[in-house]
Design a protein around this ligand. Structure first.
Ligand code: CA
Length: 234
């Protein structure tokens, strides 16, 4: 089970906001937070150590035009998927919504299943994009670049394709142990003749790169017949 993905819901209509907060929390697929204005959203986004994997943004906020606010978020470097919620269905508004840098646009009233499907689709696209950045311990992990950045020590660690794939899959598991055979299947494919010994060799090399002390593993630990990533998330 992957860790719940943090989603920011910016919506001034309390009923819509609370419904979304409720529904998105079901099954722990998402960890939603709410904001009722652009100012409140700014405070949430600026909070130390917070990250949002996607943003649902109402077009009509009390203190901002959602489209302008969306454009502002893009200018400030926020690259995660932004889905606009709006009551206006005119085609021109669709175009304006997308011009503002939004990834998708859902007119109200929307069906929850449709919104969830579109949110998942946007997250899938984003996760495989060059913008995807995950936090693992002291590192910023960019799977598309196959590298880890350690800002504190101004250090860059290059990973092989398999090492990046192993980290990405363990990250997806959200800190839960992943059995060796599962990891092997996910990274090398189900029909591969590769044995767990190969996986162990890759994990050994990965630890040499990422563990401050490879003889005392703290980030990528062995557990329950597999591996687990500690300190996942911001
Ligand atoms: Ca509104």
């Amino acid at each position: 089970m992957a860790s719940p993905r943090p989603i920011l819901i910016i919506e001034d209509d309390a009923t819509v906001r609370e419904t979304l907060l409720d529904q998105l929390s079901i099954d722990r697929e998402f960890a939603p937070a709410g904001a009722s204005s652009a100012a409140e959203a700014d405070r949430q986004l600026e909070k130390e150590g917070t990250r949002y994997d996607a943003i649902l943004l109402d077009v009509g906020l009390p203190d901002a035009d959602g489209r302008e606010y969306c454009a502002k978020l893009r200018q400030s470097g926020i690259a995660v998927p932004i889905i606009m919620l709006t009551g206006q269905g005119a085609e021109q508004d669709v175009v304006r919504g997308l011009d503002s840098g939004a990834n998708d646009y859902i007119p109200k009233p929307f069906r929850l299943n449709e919104l969830l499907a579109r949110l998942r689709a946007q997250l899938r696209v984003f996760d495989s994009s060059e913008h995807a950045v995950f936090t693992i311990g002291p590192y910023e992990f960019r799977p598309s670049m196959k590298q880890l950045l350690e800002h504190e020590r101004n250090r860059k660690i290059r990973l092989t394709e398999k090492e990046a794939a192993i980290l990405k899959f363990l990250y997806r598991a959200g800190g839960a142990p992943v059995p060796r055979q599962t990891l092997l299947n996910e990274v090398w494919g189900y029909n591969s003749a590769v044995t767990t010994h190969t996986l162990e060799t890759h994990v050994y090399r990965l630890r040499q790169k990422i563990e401050p002390d490879p003889s005392d593993t703290r980030l990528l630990v062995t557990e329950a017949g597999g591996y687990r990533l500690v300190a996942v998330g911001a």
